[in-house]
Design a protein around this ligand. Structure first.
Ligand code: GLY
Length: 367
């Protein structure tokens, strides 16, 4: 049962980012209310339940994206303690990544990735195709080059979401389900709370927008106060090997996709990158492309059972770097969005960073 008292913090969004912020803020004694768009936390198109859960700071950042890379490396280093604090039930595992190339262009991209890692002092081993197949015997013989990143990790985003929800509640945060936010309420340039679509007013001293791909919506804000977040659609599929684990032990990355083993015979195959607005359809073309490439590289995938197909929206931003910190326009408004392809990785530090902002200890991710 939620009450309508004035809150210190209202968080719009109950994905891994919003729940992580709520958890850390509640741990610091703040009175926090989280507004969840759908009852189950599985809102249509939400990124958290669709994400594959690769924790791959270097292979997700382009050479020029230094700020994202630094944030990702900090987040990867924070993951062991983050996972342990959540009770070690979030599927965090060292599985390593095998990046494979089929043609000359892809092989050149692998060389760039290795050079980037080397410049950061990170280990990545160039493998001959024969050595790659020794590690992963299910690989097809036409792999041309491979890079092995032994210390890469993965986590299970659905288990993470469940654990964060439990942690936020245990720390004292309240979660209101089916809360359809209409707009932020302001007194001049000061945020005063939130109005829901059903007319309910929620008073809050500070409002955190952690609404994923929906964070760019107007929310009643003047244009200068909005953030340039857009949905970047990703189609994925979940596969299961009836024979159990063993087809593939490592995350496999290839041009246009990845295959993430959960370690129990289940795999996530992803993901398309599409600029189609809020379109949640799963298309024949999207699924065909994913399966075509995956089966080309690992023919045994042919035998797996398709358990689920889904589409989710990454919160895309122009420089691919999350927007974390105070609004320069509206007092009391704090952004926690724009995590694009890195929401699960960055979950390990986003909650703390934003709780620091709410506590007045810092302004943003770096300051
Ligand atoms: N992090 C992988 C993806 O967004 O597809």
């Amino acid at each position: 049962m939620t009450t309508n008292r004035r809150r210190e913090v209202a968080v719009i969004g109950a994905g891994v980012v919003g729940l992580g912020v709520a958890w850390r803020a509640a741990q610091r004694g703040m009175d926090v209310l989280v507004l969840e768009r759908a009852a189950s936390g599985q809102a249509d198109g939400a990124a958290s339940p669709v994400a594959a859960g690769m924790l791959a700071p270097v292979s997700e950042a382009d050479v020029g994206e230094r700020a994202l890379l630094d944030l990702g490396l900090r987040a990867a280093a924070a993951w062991p303690a983050f996972s342990a604090e959540l009770g070690d039930d979030v599927g965090y595992r060292t599985c390593g990544t095998l990046l494979v190339a089929r043609g000359a262009d892809e092989a050149a991209a692998l060389e760039r990735e290795q050079a980037l890692r080397a410049s950061l002092g990170l280990q990545a081993d160039r493998l001959l195709p024969s050595a790659a197949r020794k590690l992963e015997p299910a690989l097809a013989p036409h792999v041309r080059a491979a890079l092995h990143v032994a210390d890469d990790h993965a986590a299970d985003p659905r288990r993470l979401h469940t654990a964060l929800k439990a942690a936020a509640l245990a720390a004292g945060a309240e979660i209101r389900a089916d809360a359809d936010v209409a707009r932020l309420t302001c007194d001049g340039t000061r945020a005063t709370g939130i109005e829901l679509a059903d007319g309910t007013a929620i008073d809050a001293e500070q409002v955190v927008v952690a609404a994923g791909a929906w964070s760019g919506e107007a929310l009643g804000l003047p244009p200068a106060a909005r953030v340039p977040v857009r949905p970047v659609k990703g189609q994925i599929m979940r596969l299961r090997d009836p024979d159990g684990p063993g087809l593939l032990d490592r995350v496999l990355r290839f041009e246009g996709g990845y295959l993430v083993p959960r370690g129990d015979g289940r795999y996530v195959l992803g993901a398309t990158m599409e600029e189609r607005g809020f379109d949640t359809t799963v298309t024949a073309g999207g699924i065909y492309e994913l399966l075509r490439d995956a089966i080309d590289l690992v023919p045994g995938i042919d035998e797996l059972v398709i358990e689920e197909t889904a589409a989710g929206f990454r919160p895309g931003v122009p420089d691919n770097t999350p927007i974390l910190g105070r609004s320069p326009v509206i007092d009391g408004l704090v952004w926690a969005t724009g995590h694009h392809r890195n929401g699960i990785l960055l979950a390990s530090i986003t909650g703390e960073l934003v709780a620091d902002v709410l506590a007045g200890v810092r302004e943003g991710a770096t300051a």
